[in-house]
Ligand binder design. Structure first.
Ligand SMILES: *[C@@H]1O[C@H](CO)[C@@H](O)[C@H](O)[C@H]1NC(C)=O
Ligand SMILES: *[C@@H]1O[C@H](CO)[C@@H](O)[C@H](O)[C@H]1NC(C)=O
Ligand SMILES: *[C@@H]1O[C@H](CO)[C@@H](O)[C@H](O)[C@H]1NC(C)=O
Ligand SMILES: *[C@@H]1O[C@H](CO)[C@@H](O)[C@H](O)[C@H]1NC(C)=O
Length: 309
């Protein structure tokens, strides 16, 4: 009897009251982010970093335009934290970035806060990252917003979609790098390598095995969701012998633009179509800083990070 009542209350009654359409539209997705330390090895040395769910980078949030996302953030780390939903325009809802807007009142260690993100206008690629000291260095990931039900991409549907997150790695603890810079007043030390999806790539020691590899089928189209999560490095990004068709940026679509490479600034995102139309082989993807190397700019990481298509 209770089962029948439950079905009536939860499914039939709302249908009668609001009609099927409205009932279906109330679409909310829920994610759990546990902020905690994890041990990672890069460039032949190991350290503890602060992560979400033990992952770096990631996790990826997948949603559709118009949906509401609830993220339950549990802070099991040692530092204050807020998570910022980069590029989401939500002026009417002030709790987006934490208990009180951005840094005023962070999620403290051993506490929880549920963040609500309403995706109204955005479609394409956005991202999220931590605020508070240098926690952003290892706490970041993609937000991929698909078209609404019943609508389509303004370009041919890609066969596969792939987040490509550009980041930075310091062998030292990032808080020590920051404290040293604050104490001396000098620029913080440059990172020891740039990263593609958390990996320096095979030009670096101890990095060959982990190098990010994108295996493609000849003739298929791949939508790369490219994010620059580095602190202050404007980056060039390209793929050997392949054109990049830019079809979107910062959570909205653009007129298609075909290029050999892109320049992506910190915080920017690009949606890029990659057609696997070359002779089957291994091709490098690479990113490198766009900077003027001078005394004043010695905090730029001038290494090249790679991945393989
Ligand atoms: C979109 O369609 C899926 C099934 O294809 C359904 O689960 C979902 O609730 C729909 N979302 C909206 C907003 O109507
Ligand atoms: C964490 O945030 C609380 C509340 O804003 C503040 O009192 C405390 O000093 C912060 N702790 C650190 C380590 O910054
Ligand atoms: C920063 O770089 C200097 C010079 O290479 C080095 O002596 C120092 O240990 C570095 N600091 C950290 C925190 O890695
Ligand atoms: C990178 O920068 C360092 C320090 O500024 C410099 O010594 C080195 O030659 C640069 N390397 C490249 C490949 O430009």
């Amino acid at each position: 009897m209770w089962q029948i009542m439950k079905v009536f209350l939860l499914q039939i009654l709302p249908f009668l009251l609001f009609g099927g359409g409205i009932y279906c539209q109330a679409s909310t997705r829920r994610f759990t982010f546990v902020v905690k330390e994890a041990s990672y090895t890069r460039l032949c040395s190991t350290k503890n970093i602060i992560t979400v769910n033990g992952q770096f980078p990631r996790p990826t949030i997948y949603a559709k335009k118009g949906e509401t996302i609830i993220v339950d953030v549990y802070n099991k780390g040692k530092e204050n934290i807020t998570i910022h939903w980069h590029g989401v325009s939500m002026p009417i809802y002030p709790w987006i970035d934490g208990p009180k807007y951005i840094t005023q009142c962070p999620i403290q260690p051993r506490s929880k806060f549920s963040q609500k993100i309403i995706l109204s206008f955005e479609e394409g690629t956005l991202w999220w990252h931590a605020h508070g000291d240098w926690t952003q260095a290892t706490i970041h990931g993609a937000i991929i917003v698909y078209p609404k039900n019943g609508t389509k991409y303004p370009f041919p549907k890609p066969n596969v979609e792939v987040p490509i997150i550009l980041g930075q790695w310091w062998k030292s603890d990032v808080n020590v790098v920051r404290d040293e810079a604050l104490a001396t007043g000098a620029n913080p030390n440059a990172s020891d390598s740039l990263l593609i999806n958390g990996q320096p790539g095979d030009l670096f020691p101890c990095s060959k095995l982990g190098t990010f590899k994108l295996t493609v089928d000849h003739g298929k189209t791949y939508l790369l969701r490219i994010i620059n999560a580095a602190f202050h490095e404007a980056l060039f990004f390209s793929i050997t012998k392949h054109k990049m068709i830019v079809v979107g940026t910062d959570g909205s679509y653009t007129k298609p633009l075909t290029r050999d490479y892109i320049t992506i600034y910190p915080g920017q995102t690009y949606d890029v179509l990659l057609e696997a139309n070359q002779h089957p082989n291994h091709y490098y993807m690479a990113a490198k800083t766009y900077s003027i190397i001078s005394e004043a700019c010695n905090f730029y990481d001038n290494t090249t990070t790679t991945a393989i298509v």
